[in-house]
Design a protein. Sequence first.
Length: 441
Amino acid sequence: MILSSRIVFVSLFLGLASGPQSIDVETDSAVKSVRMFLAGREVAALTQPPWHATIDLGRELDPRELETVGYDEKGNEVARATQILNLPRGYAEIEIALLSGPIGPIAAELRWEHIQFKPPKNAMMFFDGTRLKIDTNYHARFPNVDWSHPHLIAAEMKFGDGVVARREIVVGGAVADTAKSELTPILLTQTSAKPAVSFTDCLLSGEQPVRTAAVEKPSAIVIFVRDPDASEAVHALDPTHAMRNTFHAQGSALRSIALDNGTSMRMLWSIPQKFVGPGHQRTALLFDSSWDVSASTLGLVWFVTREYAGLSYDEPRKFADAVAVAGLRAVSESRRRAVVLILSKHPDTSGNDPRAVRRYLAGVGVPLFVWSLTGPRPDLADSWGEVEDVSTIAGLRAASDRLRENLSAQRIAWVDVDPLTALRLHADPRCGMATVARLGM
């Protein structure tokens, strides 16, 4: 379908989104009504600008399409825009909103979103490669051209923290926008000692095979979520404080219970920073993380007992929210991956329910391991599923063996489908591989 008009989201969801959300879109003058759809279900119908609605995304975090469709005065569809919720996106994104004239667009304005709601520092816009003059409102006028032919409009916006967002669209002629085809990485796990040599026709969408460009065994990332207070970890795993002064610690102690070569570890602390958008309509919780360290050079005992050097320990903990964010970040890495939650005595003040978070990680294909430093926790089985007791060195070693085995069996496949379709793929059992994501299952 060739669409004659454009509609753009002003509200862009760069992180995890659930619950009631304010949605704003902009259109050109040809659009007389707008309908919004969430996962194919209509959630709003608007008959006049401003094109604004508040919709409830629900309590689940599963990735879904949010679509907005514009119609002309006869009810014909003339514009459509889509964004995917709860999958990795950039720290900032921009959209190009066109301003209509009698026979075609006469100008454009930039709309943007930064994950911390930071304002832009500067921006550039180009028309067929020629830089346009852009004013302080990020508005630029177009030259007089023949709109029966396609034209490339490109924009770049830089923010104060150094993040750069870019966008390109093609307008005019028989082209409504750019359509980029990119390979999508998905996680597989090896189920046979001798998997298939060729993965042609191994991965299926329904009954139809999808093109698989490569299957690799890249490096691995394990993201740990832990209470900033290290006292429980130290009491259980380092009672003699051998790890407290790592400068004098022996190499064998530092490497105690190491993971395989090519595996990195990162800590995501459970105390978030809160950022508020303009008008206080939207907020974002961002979790501080450590640098990545080698899991074969610095073992689990050293890593799990590290102190937190960030915000005050008195801040409320949000363990489930942090696990969800860890899952999102793990997917963005395109590596073998796992998330490990280390339970705490402190209460969880998360907005997301642990069950919903577990379903989210299962849906996007991120293995979750839950460890307890205080012995068995059958009371949390309903919330977090299986909990492994790592209150002793022997328990930590056994849990690390299971984590290592899971990572070792993982592979990354690059498939020629969109990200949502990729999460619903399944593998032919004869290929000796299985997909890890369970979206919609």
